[in-house]
Design a protein around this ligand. Structure first.
Ligand code: F6P
Length: 493
């Protein structure tokens, strides 16, 4: 695998000098979001090189297939239909998604009309893609209109169950069990724990408080959930792309139906941009070019810092989206990849992270592609000066990473020339958040096309599950290595 070195890259400061129109070429205003990729090494030649690579990789045809219902997920022989959830897929898929959404809306309306009595809380059970998206939506937007107390439960750890139900009133709580497969160990175990909790509180019909969200309605029926409380979604909707479907029902309940529709519209607007904008104007594609550039220059990580408390769940959401989609070693045709694939996505919240991990970003030896996400308008109840300081801090970090500072004392010198991108939302409302998440999805897809890999499967998660399942059934001990056997013994298993 050929790795190009960073020192081949021109210094960022020089790029600003040699390209006077740099700011206008590498900043974009789409769907209420300002994207600034000017502090990256994308110069005109690099963009042209990647544009040619995208052509060669069949980018236009792959994008048409995604939006046209083609087999975007060849290893599982199916389309990827999350775009249809926001009205942008093939007409058949859009119609199916709309029908499922009608069912979801009818249930939301019925709950609001009192069909389940008074409802003050929702316990949303799911893991991975069946929880990270709805949790992000609720955490980001609930300050605007918190209708309900929504808790999220993912881990099989009993402590997570204790935390999730603490101070929830079982008599007025609905339980949403979201699982595409309806076979996931953690989710089924947590569903049982929730039923025990309801039963223990003397609720007469605990199963009657359950809502299942799944692509396998038969399995939910087998688990004793009545058909009227099963919200299906299509097999083509991948888990980490599923917040737009009925998986988002807890968010729709918490934020209101109108907000959910606005979220879909924002995502649809970004979809249209990705589908129709020319390469040089196409933000998800340009961002993917920078992603590939840095990975191929040896950057093994990408860090996203949300300079907004409301977006604190964005980094963990992106970890699954990007690493589960593109953390692969073979192409869609099963051949070894030619270039390094997804970097490690990580991140945190600014300004907190400045006082913890930014030392490494400014002076460490690890090369990190940094991304700042901030929101122009605040919604907090505090002195507006605080939000001004928050934004100034975000921008100061990007400036410092690029400029550096010389010093006679090597320990006090900053090398600078460290790239970053900045995303500035006008405001954090459902529409803009939908556009932001869609941007990340499409950027992930564009990376996959450039790499020739399938972003819509995730076979890598299966082996560990298989071994755990066998061990839970008392099988497979003999095949274990000595280290793992000793750990089991020490833990008394
Ligand atoms: O183990 C990984 C995974 O399959 C993710 O891809 C998925 O989002 C998560 O588990 C949950 O799966 P399910 O929705 O089928 O319970």
């Amino acid at each position: 695998m050929a790795e190009r070195r960073t020192d081949e890259l021109q210094r960022l400061g020089e790029l600003f000098e040699s390209e006077p129109d740099r700011l206008s070429r590498l900043t974009f205003d789409v769907a209420g979001i300002y994207f600034d990729w000017s502090k990256t090494n994308l110069d005109q030649a690099v963009v042209a090189e990647f544009a040619a690579r995208a052509d060669k990789a069949g980018f236009a045809a792959a994008r048409d297939a995604l939006f046209g219902g083609g087999i975007a997920n060849p290893s599982e022989g199916r389309p990827a239909t999350h775009v249809a959830e926001r009205g942008n897929g093939s007409p058949d898929e859009v119609a199916i998604a709309a029908e499922y959404r009608q069912r979801m809306r009818a249930l939301v309306d019925a709950i609001e009309a009192g069909a389940f009595g008074a409802v003050t809380g929702v316990l949303h059970i799911g893991i991975g893609g069946s929880v990270l998206g709805p949790a992000l939506l609720v955490d980001a937007l609930e300050r605007r209109s918190a209708k309900l107390d929504v808790r999220f439960l993912a881990n099989i750890d009993g402590a997570a169950v204790d935390d999730a139900v603490k101070d929830l009133d079982p008599a007025t709580t609905l339980v949403v069990v979201a699982s595409k497969s309806f076979t996931t160990l953690e989710t089924l175990a947590n569903m049982d724990a929730a039923l025990d909790w309801l039963r223990g509180a003397g609720i007469a019909d605990p199963e009657g408080r359950l809502i299942a969200v799944t692509a396998k309605p038969d399995k939910a029926l087998d688990a004793g959930i009545d058909e009227t409380r099963i919200l299906p979604f299509g097999e083509g909707v991948g888990g980490r792309y599923s917040l737009w479907s009925a998986v988002g029902v807890s968010a729709a309940l918490a934020l209101g139906w109108e907000a959910f529709e606005e979220l879909l519209e924002g995502a649809a607007e970004m979809d249209r941009h990705f589908r129709f904008a020319d390469t040089a104007e196409n933000v998800p594609l340009i961002a993917a070019f920078a992603d590939r550039l840095y990975v191929e220059r040896g950057f093994q990580t990408r860090a996203v810092f949300a300079y907004d408390e409301r977006l604190r769940l964005l980094p963990p959401y992106l970890q699954q989206l990007e690493m589960e989609s593109n953390g692969k070693s073979v192409t869609s045709a099963g051949k070894p990849v030619a270039e390094a694939t997804a970097p490690v996505t990580w991140g945190g919240v600014g300004t907190d992270a400045q006082h913890a991990v930014f030392q490494l970003l400014h002076q460490g030896t690890v090369q990190v592609a940094v991304e700042f996400v901030a929101v122009r308008e605040s919604e907090d109840q505090q002195d507006p000066e605080r939000h001004r300081l928050l934004l100034l801090n975000a921008f100061a970090q990007g400036a410092a990473l690029m400029a550096g500072r010389a010093s006679d004392d090597p320990q006090r010198a900053y090398p600078g020339n460290r790239p970053s991108a900045t995303i500035l939302l006008d405001r954090l409302d459902p529409r803009t958040l939908g556009a932001l998440i869609s941007f990340y999805e499409q950027r992930t897809f564009a990376n996959a096309v450039l790499l020739g890999i399938n972003p819509f499967d995730q076979f890598g998660v299966e082996l560990g599950k298989d071994i755990a399942r066998a061990l839970a059934e008392g099988k497979g001990d003999d095949d274990l290595d000595a280290s793992t056997r000793a750990l089991m013994e020490r833990a008394g298993l």
